[in-house]
Ligand binder design. Structure first.
Ligand SMILES: C=CCO[C@@H]1O[C@H](CO)[C@@H](O[C@@H]2O[C@H](CO)[C@H](O)[C@H](OCc3cn(-c4n[nH]c(N)n4)nn3)[C@H]2O)[C@H](O)[C@H]1NC(C)=O
Length: 136
């Protein structure tokens, strides 16, 4: 699993609340990921913008992980990220789906495949310098 940065556990984020991750994408970024779920092996969302990694260029890969096994990827080619830029990602969810609000009023919806009712785990990994994390 990539070079892990921040990990937060024992959170108790309920449906309808937001997780806001603010930071700066490194100038030569290959990719970064924001993971939320129950723990590191049970992710309701692995949100992974790729500038140039795993053969993908400027694609957002979203996936889930259940008991350490990846689910089926969903890919988004509308890519509102630039290397070297500051960015803010807001993740909210309910038992049916997660909504990721991005710059430029872009939204990505991803199914809550694990049916999680609360989020206890957050990690941010890859070429991203965190400035602030806010739970609201
Ligand atoms: C075409 C060849 C076979 O498909 C490729 O298979 C790769 C390996 O599964 C896929 O890359 C992984 O895709 C995952 C999301 O589906 C992750 O982005 C993974 O990133 C590194 C990573 C994170 N983690 C991790 N995070 N948290 C935990 N517990 N583990 N483990 N590995 C990547 O290594 C890659 O996205 C996928 N490409 C396509 C086009 O499907």
């Amino acid at each position: 699993a990539g070079c892990t940065g921040l990990v937060a556990t024992h959170l108790n984020i309920q449906a309808g609340e937001c997780i806001k991750v603010k930071g700066k994408i490194l100038p030569e970024a290959k990719g970064f990921a924001v993971n939320v779920g129950k723990d590191h092996s049970n992710l309701v969302l692995h949100f992974n913008p790729r500038f140039d990694s795993h053969g993908d260029v400027n694609i957002i890969v979203c996936n889930s992980m259940e008991d350490g096994m990846w689910g089926t990827e969903e890919r988004e080619t509308d890519f509102p990220f630039q290397q070297g830029d500051k960015t803010e990602i807001c993740i909210s969810f309910d038992t049916a789906e997660l909504t990721v609000k991005l710059a430029g009023d872009k939204e990505i919806i991803f199914p809550n495949r694990l049916g999680l009712e609360n989020i206890e785990y957050l990690s941010v990994e890859g070429d991203f310098a965190i400035k602030a994390i806010k739970f609201s």
